[in-house]
Design a protein. Structure first.
Length: 224
């Protein structure tokens, strides 16, 4: 009697389909996915598009703390006991986002090693990014921080080919992310353009490999 093999679990297919505890929604640009203070009861996965994560202080000051794109997760704080959202997430482009209820994602993490692997890889990547951001703030000038942010937004350093054309982002948003003023960002962006590191093309910004080479040439070194 032949043994019928169960089909192997495919995380991408799982995330692309509506199912128990999973829903998929299309968002227009500048739509809120969730707001700071909302109940933290689900994890989200970006099937396509980009989002920004912002935090507002008690004094009303807003800061952009991260930008995420296709294949990124967000909202995972609910898995660590976070009862309320600590930040607001809004789309930067038209986006397709999967919502996984807390119980649903915990179930698939426990039952499917293939999914656990990509989720743990995501968490480790975020942790490394936060650590790199801290080093960036401590040791790099605001000019180098801006260059690094532009490269990250263009996906330089990720698997696959970079996306040299990135959506238009306000200079104020860039300033908030690197901890400087909009006027300084404007000065550096003009400098990068004159040096041939970037180009403005229609509604987007084109980032060239030469910017990556300039950053790598003067990376901060930490002695161990």
């Amino acid at each position: 009697m032949a043994i019928k093999l169960l089909p192997s679990f495919n995380p991408k297919s799982f995330l692309a389909k509506v199912g128990d505890g999973r829903s998929i929604e299309r968002y227009r640009k500048d739509q809120i996915v969730f707001s700071q203070g909302d109940p933290a009861d689900a994890v989200f996965y970006i099937e396509s598009g980009k989002v920004k994560i912002t935090v507002v202080s008690e004094q009303g000051k807003e800061a952009v703390v991260a930008m995420l794109g296709t294949n990124d997760f967000f909202g995972e704080g609910c898995l660590a006991g976070q009862a309320l959202r600590m930040a607001t997430v809004a789309t930067m482009t038209d986006s397709v986002i999967v919502r996984l209820e807390k119980a649903a994602i915990l179930r698939v993490i426990h039952q499917e090693p293939a999914f656990s692997e990509i989720f743990i890889t995501h968490l480790l990547g975020r942790a490394i990014r936060v650590e790199a951001d801290l080093v960036d703030q401590l040791f790099n000038s605001s000019e180098k921080r801006l260059a690094r942010l532009l490269l990250l937004l263009a996906n330089f350093g990720k698997e696959g080919k970079p996306e040299p054309m990135i959506a238009k982002i306000s200079q104020q948003t860039l300033a908030e992310m690197i901890g400087t003023t909009r006027s300084r960002v404007s000065f550096f962006m003009n400098k990068f353009r004159k040096l041939g590191f970037i180009d403005y093309n229609g509604g987007g910004l084109e980032v060239h490999n030469s910017l990556l080479n300039a950053v790598l040439h003067d990376e901060p070194q930490i002695r161990i």
